[in-house]
Design a protein around this ligand. Structure first.
Ligand code: TNX
Length: 499
């Protein structure tokens, strides 16, 4: 019966294709028969698989194109890892081409595998994503030839914001970790890395006008965590590394609350300089703030810090935090800070509480049921980070040691993450998943919290809801174990994956 249905669907698909149209629901039905062949995450918008395979040998003509540096580099790296050499006289071609195809938008791509491999896109970024898809179609280990299905994939993301947030303030993560995180993100087409660079327990970004921020504030951390800071040169180098992988780094300094490390460094930023001016290594929130009634002191500080951030980070976005603080002048602070960001030519991002301000701010929802609607009604947009789906500092399972459970006692399982449906929300730019680091003190623990759950974030933010299916996702993900091992990820052994 299954075979007959497949044949009928296959016939329907072929007739659709002759009309030059690929009807998507049919492709979806068919792919269930071929899921072990096409383990691609996030799942592409359209796949049409033809019969037969393409055998990629160990020498291939990689058609050169200097206009698309990042995708050419990604392709060359991929092929050299598989021992496939460029030979301009080889019969088989791998070709990346820029085209003008509006339906692909700026991040979409098409992969065609028949007698050659052709990837086309409107941009170098789209081509880079096409190469990531090719990478997932190929194995991780070296073979004497590679068998690929003949196919056409046409793909583009549902959401422009597909993000990961790392709290490097409570506990520091070294630059090398951030680089490997960017490598891992790009395999799954994640494109926003939000760095939470300051909090009560530490200040992690060098600010030349305020050197004590890192001299003093960089020396502390949450109890058991790591201290440290990034120099501006290190961060600029990281930005370049990320840009080559199409990851945009969004810096956050948390203001006006969560500022104990700044207050300990520059006491005059606080209202009372009697207590609470020392470094802090506990886990309480909501006790520190810049003194909003001292505008002559705090706004030059805010402007100085934000200005230097824009000199390090070319991102359109600057995150000013804005969470968990009570102050009668909170709203005016946010409006003032948003004005400063606008004056610097950037877009302000802030946590949901900033929705009280009448500024044009990209909001980040974090409490599942926070009433953010009034701001959305005014036309503001939001990033989805509802804690019960996206907070990866919560356990992979209920009561996992060293995880939080304030948002949900059940943990945030892989299945729970995958069940987030962004299409249920209005006015979103996409999804972002935070890892707060009060209880995440080393690289291995960060890996355990991030992976594999961040892969589910990648798929819910990229793929259409019709194309998402948890059982299929599990089977596509389960064959990726060698990929995770190759990337040296110390992932959580999710029982459903049988890893
Ligand atoms: C809430 S989410 C916070 C963070 C904590 C986190 C722990 C948000 C904007 N604020 O300060 O680290 O909970 O899960």
């Amino acid at each position: 019966m299954k075979i007959i249905i497949t044949m009928v669907l296959a016939f329907m698909l072929i007739s659709c294709q002759t009309n030059n149209e690929i009807e998507h629901s049919m492709v979806f039905e068919i792919k269930t028969e071929q899921e072990s062949l096409l383990s691609i995450i996030p799942y592409p918008r359209y796949i049409s698989q033809q019969s037969g395979t393409f055998q990629l040998g160990l020498s291939v003509n990689v058609v050169q194109n200097p206009l698309i540096p990042t995708s050419m580099l990604a392709l060359k790296t991929l092929l050299s890892e598989l021992n496939v050499k460029h030979d301009s006289t080889a019969k088989q071609q791998v070709k990346l081409v820029l085209v003008e195809q509006s339906e692909l938008s700026s991040e979409g791509y098409q992969v065609t595998i028949d007698e050659n491999i052709l990837i086309s896109a409107n941009t170098d970024k789209g081509l880079f994503y096409g190469v990531q898809t090719l990478r997932q179609l190929l194995p991780t280990a070296i073979h004497s030839a590679y068998s690929l299905p003949k196919l056409t994939i046409i793909d583009s993301p549902e959401n422009e914001w597909r993000g990961s947030m790392l709290d490097v303030a409570r506990s520091f993560l070294p630059i090398e970790y951030l680089k490997s995180h960017i490598d891992r993100m790009s395999l799954f087409k994640l494109n926003k890395l939000h760095l939470h660079l300051s909090d009560d327990q530490g200040w992690r970004v060098e600010i030349k006008q305020y050197p004590r921020l890192t001299e003093i504030g960089g020396k502390s951390a949450v109890e058991g965590g790591r201290s440290g800071f990034y120099s501006q040169d290190e961060l600029k180098d990281l930005v370049t590394y990320a840009a080559q992988r199409h990851v945009d780094i969004i810096p956050e300094v948390d203001l006006p609350g969560h500022t104990q490390a700044a207050l300990a460094s520059y006491n005059e930023l606080a209202c009372d300089d009697v207590e609470n001016l020392s470094l802090y290594s506990g886990t309480k929130v909501g006790f520190s703030k810049l003194c909003i009634t001292k505008p002559d002191i705090i706004y030059p500080f805010v402007k100085g810090v934000l200005t230097e951030l824009t000199q390090i980070f070319p991102s359109q976005y600057i995150h000013i935090g804005g969470d968990e603080i009570e102050d009668p002048d909170y709203k005016s602070f946010i409006e003032e800070a948003a004005k400063i960001v606008k004056g610097l030519g950037r877009i302000t991002v802030a946590w949901e509480e900033a929705s009280v301000a009448k500024s044009d701010i990209l909001l980040q929802l974090w409490n599942d049921s926070y009433d953010i609607q009034p701001a959305l009604d005014r036309g503001q947009k939001m990033i989805l980070s509802p804690c019960s789906y996206t907070y990866l500092d919560h356990g992979n399972y209920a009561n996992q040691p060293n995880t939080y459970d304030w948002c949900t006692k059940e943990g945030v399982s892989l299945e729970r993450v995958y069940s987030l449906n962004p299409q249920k929300y209005n006015n979103i730019v996409g999804v972002e998943s935070p890892v707060w680091s009060e209880l995440v003190h080393d690289d291995d623990t960060a890996d355990n919290r991030l992976w594999p759950r961040l892969v589910a974030i990648a798929e819910v933010s990229w793929s259409t809801q019709e194309n998402r299916n948890y059982k299929q996702f599990l089977s596509r993900l389960s064959v990726m174990k060698p990929r995770f091992d190759k990337l040296n990820i110390n992932y959580y052994r999710e029982p459903q994956l049988k890893w």
